[in-house]
Structures are given as structure tokens and as C-alpha cells.
Design a protein. Structure first.
Length: 244
């Protein structure tokens, strides 16, 4: 498989996707037309136009999956980009259109997949480590399962000076681990994952990522780290806190 999984699509001081421009250009090298999945936002046409404006500078055309039969378009796509927004709305659309199965099959067959934020959530086995509000209810939390571990995009470190009294992001993810025996990689802003077959590498800014596992202390990883071992994960969901 060939995956590019971005934590975010817009970084401070940069235009849309510009912070990852070189990585995107490498990932989509040789692609003439990209199929864009805009379902995470309500304005499908406007969202597609925004992606098309960026991709035009790379010499890549863009077609929105909503402009025809979604599964037929996905079946013939050279590459796919699933954009960010609300991940519950996005996953519901992938289920109801039948795209979930079609995209999974195509990407596993070698079609390059790019996701940002909610689109990166979709590459996981399930939706369970999203940050989003459930504004709609998908038929299930089952996602594309392109990697065997969970990702938390936009990972935020605790802010000691904040007056917020709710759980930190890490505490919320530790609660996930109490119920599910599967690693979670917290991708900070400006970071992304690159998968080439059985190699997985962390890239992006120096902030890097934080890996959380059940029963172990969190581990920090910087850009350039080989995370291929995560591809051998045997994920277990809903196993409860007493499982080994």
C-alpha cells in the first residue's frame, strides 16, 4: 500500500496543504487526475474547488467523487484524497455510498491514498480515536483499516497554564486503551505518516508524534522515525481493562 496520512491540512503561516507540498508531490508523482472525497464538509463543490486549486500547481486534475457514481469513480481512480472535516459525517457517507469497501479494495491493490485529519482517521481500523463531535450517526465505527493501529490527528499536549478542567488529550486516549488493546499514535500538527508497502515512516515538523500503548509509558518519536513495527499490530477492540 501507498499512504500519506496528514495530521492537518492547514498549518500556521501556510496556505492550504502548502506545509506538506513536497511530500504530496512525491506521493502523487505520475498521477494525472486525483479523486477527491469531500464528504467531511457540507459544501462538496466548494471543498473540491479548494483542493483543485492546490493540485493545479502540481499539474494534477481533481474530480469530486460526488459528481458521479462514487463507487464507479473510485474503481477507476489513479489516486484518492479523503479530506478533513467531521469524521462522523465522513464515515457515514463512506458506508451509505458503498465507498468504504471499494476504497479499501483499491488502496490495498496499490492505488495511492492521501488523507488529512478526518481522512487520516478513515485509514484506521475504526473511528474511535477521532476528536470530532458525533453530529451524525454512521452505521458502525468500522473504517478503512489501511493500518492496523489507531491515529489521533491534531494531537495536543497538556497546557499547564490553561484553566481547562476537562481531560487532556492523553487522558482521553488512555481511556480508549482501557477498553481496547491497540496502539494509538498521536500526530501533532504539521506531522504525517508515509507508508510504502511494509515500511512506515514519521515525517514533518520537529514536534513529531506520541505513541501510547496499554500498560506502557508514552513514547516520543521525531521526524524520520521508522514506525514499521506498528504495521505488525494485532488490534483488539472492546477487550476490556483486564485483558492481557
Amino acid at each position: 500500500m501507498k499512504l500519506l496520512l496528514l495530521s492537518n491540512s492547514t498549518a500556521p503561516g501556510h496556505a492550504y496543504l502548502e506545509h506538506a507540498r513536497e511530500a504530496i508531490a512525491r506521493h502523487l508523482h505520475g498521477v494525472e487526475e486525483l479523486l477527491f472525497v469531500p464528504y467531511a464538509l457540507a459544501d462538496h463543490d466548494g471543498y473540491t474547488a479548494k483542493v483543485a486549486a492546490f493540485m493545479a500547481d502540481l499539474g494534477i486534475g481533481v474530480r469530486g467523487v460526488h459528481t458521479g457514481d462514487p463507487c464507479e469513480l473510485a474503481a477507476g481512480a489513479q489516486a484518492v484524497f479523503v479530506g478533513g472535516g467531521n469524521s462522523f459525517r465522513l464515515l457515514r457517507a463512506l458506508h451509505t455510498t458503498g465507498l468504504l469497501g471499494t476504497l479499501r479494495e483499491r488502496v490495498r491493490a496499490g492505488v495511492p491514498y492521501m488523507g488529512s485529519s478526518a481522512g487520516t482517521n478513515m485509514a484506521c481500523p475504526t473511528l474511535r480515536t477521532t476528536n470530532d463531535m458525533p453530529i451524525v450517526q454512521p452505521p458502525s465505527f468500522e473504517a478503512l483499516d489501511l493500518v492496523p493501529f489507531q491515529i489521533n490527528p491534531h494531537y495536543l499536549d497538556p497546557a499547564p497554564e490553561s484553566s481547562h478542567m476537562g481531560e487532556t488529550r492523553e487522558e482521553r486516549l488512555e481511556q480508549f486503551l482501557e477498553e481496547n488493546a491497540v496502539p494509538v499514535l498521536g500526530l501533532r500538527e504539521g506531522t504525517w505518516l508515509v507508508r510504502e508497502d511494509e515500511r512506515l515512516e514519521l515525517s514533518g515538523v520537529a514536534a513529531g508524534a506520541r505513541l501510547l500503548r496499554r500498560g506502557a509509558a508514552p513514547v516520543e518519536h521525531g521526524p524520520g522515525t521508522d514506525l514499521s513495527e506498528l504495521l505488525a499490530t494485532q488490534a483488539r477492540f472492546d477487550v476490556g481493562p483486564d485483558a492481557a
